[in-house]
Design a protein. Structure first.
Length: 111
């Protein structure tokens, strides 16, 4: 995977996590402009996903973004809100990471 692709995945993850956080603030009773900010963040995140899908394919891109967002959200929940995961939940996150590694595993030449 190219460095540019990894950076784009990171930026896109940050944008989607930010959009989710802003949308949570709106659900808590914030003003209409907060909803518009969340919408702008989601739109910009989706625009950035398009070149990633062209390079890696829809399934791989969405799967990787899902796992990276899962890990990022849980890290923030642990750091900010002191939330703790159960062992089975941690195992599920570990399986997600294993799945992502297997999807990104270099392709070997066919025999």
């Amino acid at each position: 995977m190219k460095l540019q692709t990894i950076l784009m995945l990171g930026v896109t993850t940050v944008i989607f996590v930010s959009a989710s956080s802003v949308l949570r603030a709106y659900a808590g009773g914030a003003a209409l402009w907060v909803l518009l900010l969340a919408l702008a963040l989601y739109v910009s995140g989706n625009v950035l996903v398009v070149p990633l899908m062209r390079e890696g394919g829809l399934g791989i891109t969405i799967s990787i973004l899902s796992v990276t967002q899962l890990l990022t959200i849980n890290l923030l929940a642990w750091l900010i809100y002191s939330e703790r995961l159960t062992p089975i939940q941690m195992a599920g996150m570990g399986l997600g990471v294993v799945a992502m590694v297997l999807m990104l595993w270099p392709k070997e030449a066919a025999l």
